[in-house]
Ligand binder design. Structure first.
Ligand SMILES: [Zn+2]
Length: 239
């Protein structure tokens, strides 16, 4: 599986369509999301390339309950004894207590999504609830940022490294020319916009998304421009 270095010790797994992230640090490895089901072997291979193994994974941070993010969490946890972090609101779906919503229909036409469609994510036990106010439980220099809207408890994570790396999750995607936009399927668009306004208040250099390429420089500026576009009045039309 393709792996790309974002900054010191931070790697993107995947090629832009479905991404997860490795954060390598003194206290071990943290994963942000885990791709679809059955990708633990590929994750292990990528870890090997940086001199790590699944046993080094100490924490799995889940941005939300969808199966293309939680798919391999159970297998990685079993191989590593990592602690799993997620929001309380998304935990019933992650633990399999609640049935996740049906996948969007366009997934059926894209072979890359078939594993997610036909093999739902195995449930995984969540060890710690994350909220923005309880950042002390997170490993290393990470903190949670509440970004509900895509799912009820969607959470982004901010790493204090290289000017700030924001793991956006599905709170947004980046366009090819580096603008921020909403993902296609959200539970609540007004809630997503509120979350994007909130992200626009933070400072970070790099933004790492689950379904697009990253923004590598001055990423918080791209979020601010999106937030401003929500509030700026429409241009008057000439008559
Ligand atoms: Zn999602």
């Amino acid at each position: 599986m393709r792996m790309e270095l974002l900054t010191d010790g931070v790697y993107q797994l995947g090629a832009g369509m479905v991404n997860s992230y490795i954060i390598d640090g003194d206290e071990g490895v943290t994963l942000v999301d885990t791709l679809v089901r059955g990708r633990e072997g590929a994750i292990a291979q990528n870890l090997k390339e940086i001199g790590r193994s699944l046993a080094d994974v100490r924490a799995i941070l889940l941005t939300h309950s969808h199966m293309d993010h939680t798919g391999s969490a159970s297998a990685v946890k079993a191989a590593s004894k990592a602690r799993v972090f997620a929001s309380e609101a998304d935990t019933p779906a992650i633990q399999g207590v609640e049935k996740p919503p049906n996948p969007p229909t366009y997934w059926y036409w894209r072979p890359m999504f078939w594993p997610a469609v036909f093999f739902a994510a195995p449930p995984v036990e969540v060890d710690h609830f994350v909220t923005e106010d309880a950042k002390e439980v997170l490993p290393g220099d990470l903190r949670a940022v509440d970004t509900p809207g895509h799912t009820p408890g969607h959470t982004s994570y901010l790493l204090d490294r290289a000017g700030g790396v924001l793991f956006v999750g599905d709170a947004a995607v980046a366009t090819k020319d580096g603008r921020v936009k909403r993902v296609a399927f959200n539970r609540s668009t007004p809630e997503v916009d509120g979350s994007l306004r909130h992200l626009a208040e933070l400072e970070f250099e790099i933004a790492a998304f689950c379904h697009s390429k990253p923004i590598r420089t001055q990423a918080s500026g791209a979020f601010r421009r999106f937030a401003e576009s929500l509030t700026s009045p429409r241009r008057p039309t000439r008559t």
